[in-house]
Design a protein around this ligand. Structure first.
Ligand code: SF4
Ligand code: SF4
Ligand code: F3S
Length: 265
């Protein structure tokens, strides 16, 4: 309660903004508690009321006044082709804005699969040369929080961890925090007993589908996907893709768009 709130700059590169949409729906902790009590969200060009030169000046102020003390959150990736003109913010390429903001950050959080791995923009043939944040930032730690989008409570959970313990979470070889990405969807899936028993959905809406059998033969990528969906759920634990009758498409994995097809039948 007595600790000063940590300044956060939240930049947006090539992305669709659904990571922000997910974040603001976090139920526990509530996104409003994070924003109002734990961090000082000083710049987020998607949800801030300010705009124009005064808003852009905030970025320079934070970098100057909180060198080494602010967190840089990045949603989206960086298009390097054509001199970077595929993403211009405030009259500058996103690449140059990222380089400037990351230079003195305490750490960088890469929200979503766009920022972590490239996502759909980086799918073959990747015409804009969309590039993940961790390939461009090497002098400060980068934490990847993939998912398209990431689960809201995973986003706020990772921020809470970093702020409460004043350290970065332990990460895997893809820079994903092990606390949320340490297990495969398959490891926590409630349909796992059907997988083990050899009971599979063979066609959409067949008897196996009505019985809730395993979706592996329909293309489910749960066995190779690391994320917390099976344990945490979506919409405050209400459901997740497999509970809704659809296989996992591996949205938190590197290159998931290029590993198609999503549907085996
Ligand atoms: Fe949108 Fe997915 Fe990219 Fe997030 S990771 S900005 S949800 S396309
Ligand atoms: Fe594994 Fe997918 Fe079957 Fe669940 S539905 S048990 S994640 S293959
Ligand atoms: Fe994504 Fe698979 Fe979860 S598609 S939302 S990681 S179940």
């Amino acid at each position: 309660e007595t600790r000063p709130r940590v300044p956060v700059l939240w930049l947006h590169g090539l992305e669709c903004t659904c990571c922000s949409e997910s974040f603001i729906r976090s139920g526990h902790p509530q996104a409003s508690d994070i924003i109002l009590s734990m961090i000082s969200l000083d710049y987020d060009d998607t949800i801030m009321a300010a705009a124009g030169e005064q808003a852009e000046a905030i970025v320079e102020e934070i970098i100057r006044d909180y060198k080494g003390g602010y967190l840089l959150a990045v949603e989206g990736n960086v298009p390097l082709a054509h001199g970077g003109w595929n993403c211009i913010v405030g009259g500058r390429t996103f690449h140059s804005r990222l380089e400037e903001a990351a230079r003195h950050a305490r750490a960088v959080i890469a929200w979503g699969t766009c920022a972590s791995f490239g996502c759909v923009q980086a799918a073959r043939p990747n015409p804009t040369q969309a590039t993940p944040i961790s390939r461009l930032v090497s002098h400060v730690p980068v934490v990847n929080v993939p998912g398209c989008p990431p689960i809201a409570e995973v986003m706020t959970g990772i921020l809470s961890y970093m702020l409460m313990f004043d350290r970065l979470p332990e990460v895997d070889r893809n820079l994903r925090p092990k606390i949320f990405y340490g297990q495969r969807i398959h490891d926590k899936c409630y349909r796992r007993a059907h997988f083990d028993a050899g009971q599979f959905v063979e066609a959409w809406d067949d008897e196996g589908a009505r019985q809730g059998f395993c979706l592996y033969k329909m293309g489910c990528r749960g066995p190779t996907t690391y994320n917390a969906c099976g344990a945490t759920g979506w919409n405050e634990g209400l459901s997740f893709p497999i509970r809704s009758g659809h296989g996992c498409i591996g949205c938190s994995e590197d290159g998931f768009w290029d590993r198609g097809p999503f549907y085996e039948r």
